[in-house]
Design a protein around this ligand. Structure first.
Ligand code: 5RP
Length: 235
């Protein structure tokens, strides 16, 4: 998105984040994603709760999102009182034409995937810079167990032609795990297979490939929002 100013980028994020709220109806239980685009979704849901009396409840995908949701007055629920969600709204770092995603730039991929797999539909909010032909330019975030993470890194390295780099020596996710960013480059042409292959490595907790999960991308561009729907979208 080099061609856009910081203000234009922020305006696009706001547009997508707010437009996604059209999918939210009274009575819904929603998954609340993480990131700088979903932030606008959370602010808009808070506004609708306060001004329009919208009645929803939600499960956040990160501690940052939990804090902002509470500040915005969104009633939160726990997994001990909820076995499924109507909808999740979340961001993405990349998406391809099949709406397969790379996620986890913000480090919340594990909770995001638990929430996405427990939702009856997934809306992704993104700006034009996230749309790619082949996934992998964005380094793929992989959450790993702290035990023997160096060996897990070597095993991932064996299938990744670019560097596999630990995200900061002290960086830990909300779940207390390190993240390895795998620099594949734009070569992940079969993300379903790659997700399965990486998940089969002991020590890998979760992979930032979200395949066959998203139904709709609300894509913000300078001249407005576009909805990209997957064939057989649930929404
Ligand atoms: C966090 C994520 C985010 O949804 C993703 O990084 C996109 O964030 P942003 O909207 O700030 O670009 O996966 O783990």
């Amino acid at each position: 998105m080099g061609e856009f100013s910081a203000e234009e980028k922020e305006a696009m994020k706001a547009e997508a984040g707010i437009a996604a709220c059209n999918f939210v109806k009274d009575g819904m239980k929603i998954g609340i994603g993480t990131g700088s685009t979903v932030k606008y979704t959370i602010l808009e849901l808070g506004r609708r709760i306060r001004e329009d009396g919208l009645e929803i409840s939600g499960i956040p995908t990160s501690e940052v999102t939990e804090k902002l949701s509470i500040e915005q007055g969104i009633p939160l629920i726990n997994w001990n009182e909820c076995s499924g969600l109507d909808l999740v709204i979340d961001g993405a770092d990349e998406f391809d034409s099949n709406l397969h995603l790379i996620k986890g730039g913000g480090g919340a991929l594990l909770r995001e995937k638990i929430v996405a797999e427990s939702s009856a539909g997934m809306v992704v909010v993104a700006d034009a810079s996230k749309q790619v032909e082949v996934l992998g330019t964005f380094p793929l975030p992989i959450e790993v167990n702290p035990y023997g993470w160096e060996q897990t890194q070597r095993r991932i390295q064996a299938i990744c032609s670019g560097p596999v780099v630990r995200r900061g020596p002290d960086y830990l996710t909300d779940n207390g795990n390190p993240i390895l960013d795998a620099h594949f480059g734009p070569v992940i042409s079969n993300p379903v297979e790659m997700e399965a292959q990486l998940r089969s490595i002991a020590g890998v907790v979760e992979v930032g490939l979200f395949t066959n999960t998203a139904d709709v991308v609300v894509l913000a561009a300078p001249n407005g929002c576009e909805m990209i729907r997957k064939e057989n979208a649930r929404l």
